[in-house]
Design a protein around this ligand. Structure first.
Ligand SMILES: NC(=O)c1ccc[n+]([C@@H]2O[C@H](COP(=O)([O-])OP(=O)(O)OC[C@H]3O[C@@H](n4cnc5c(N)ncnc54)[C@H](OP(=O)(O)O)[C@@H]3O)[C@@H](O)[C@H]2O)c1
Length: 274
């Protein structure tokens, strides 16, 4: 089984660059899907309290026979828990649901800047990090101005910023800003929930390199340096999305895919999502 490359976060923690996302996998189906992913070689699972399947992710990891330290687990704070004490309680709930003593990465899921204040929320995450209960902490769906506020008012630079990114939303500026501040960019909805797979440019590259459109798009992310965790509940696709290690895209193909950028979101805009 190929070793997935890791990205070294700003505190030295290593995260596998390719993982498995479990958004919209029903709790009753999560053990099956995560088990398939672990069998295929994935060692990084991305969940969230809001997905309602942390317990089943923990169960699949526990049943796999793998050492806990061999599987990188990320979860995210529920949007209703931004107040400092609520965030601490929600974090305890996440550890209990996953059945672990320590999580690898814990994120603020959305900034929600129009309805609450994420600075005290971040202080709660700093606390669980200092206590050693999260190996790394980060944010999700933060724009540059949200990050600048954290830099100005708190001590810890997030280890990651998990943002929507794919060929129709390349996020070059925010990725560069993250990189300039030592923040690793994670790309959610890396294949835009399937929307980019029929694109003629992607299809053409896929034909020429003899790979599927999904593999080409995931490979494009990896070569850009993004951390990705495609979701699939389909066994063949779970395997397909992991088979990315024996081909490379040339500069022209990388550019052709990046040129598809049209600033198009499949999900909410962090500035208006509440
Ligand atoms: N931080 C956030 O706010 C946020 C938001 C959204 C997502 N995320 C994270 O990012 C992960 C991935 O994003 P996502 O689930 O929204 O979208 P995605 O991974 O871009 O796409 C998933 C969709 O594509 C299909 N698919 C997967 N592999 C395929 C392949 N090889 N060929 C054709 N279709 C394929 C899946 O179908 P089947 O399942 O039917 O195979 C599913 O409908 C999530 O699971 C979650 O962990 C985070």
């Amino acid at each position: 089984m190929p070793d997935v490359p890791t990205v070294t976060l700003n505190n030295g923690v290593e995260i596998p660059q390719l993982g498995f996302g479990v958004f919209q996998i029903a709790p009753a189906d999560t053990v099956r899907c995560v088990t398939l992913a672990l069998q295929a070689g994935y060692r990084h699972i991305d969940t969230a309290e809001m997905y309602g399947n942390e317990r089943e992710v923990g169960e699949a990891v526990a049943r796999s026979g793998l050492d806990r330290s061999d599987v990188f687990i990320t979860s995210k704070l529920d949007n209703g828990a931004h107040a400092y004490d609520d965030a601490l309680r929600a974090f305890d709930g996440t550890l209990a649901a996953l059945g672990v003593e320590q999580i690898d990465l814990f994120l603020i899921h959305w900034p929600l800047a129009t309805v609450s204040d994420f600075v005290p929320t971040w202080r709660a995450l700093e606390r669980v990090y200092e206590e050693g209960r999260a190996r790394a902490i980060g944010v999700s769906n933060f724009h540059q101005h949200h990050l600048e506020r954290l830099f100005g008012e708190t001590e810890t630079v997030p280890a990651v910023n998990q943002i929507e990114a794919h060929p129709y939303l390349v996020q070059a500026e925010l990725r560069a800003f993250d990189a300039a501040h030592g923040i690793a960019t994670e790309a959610w909805s890396p294949i835009a929930r399937g929307k980019v797979l029929d694109d003629p440019v992607v299809a053409d590259v896929a034909r020429r390199v003899g790979r599927t459109p999904a593999q080409v798009v995931l490979r494009w992310h990896l070569q850009l340096g993004n951390i990705v965790f495609p979701k699939s509940a389909t066994p063949e696709r779970i395997a397909e999305n992991f088979a990315l290690w024996d081909f490379e895209l040339g500069d022209d193909d990388m550019k052709a895919i990046s040129d598809l950028d049209r600033g198009e979101r499949t999900g909410a805009d962090p500035d208006t999502f509440a």
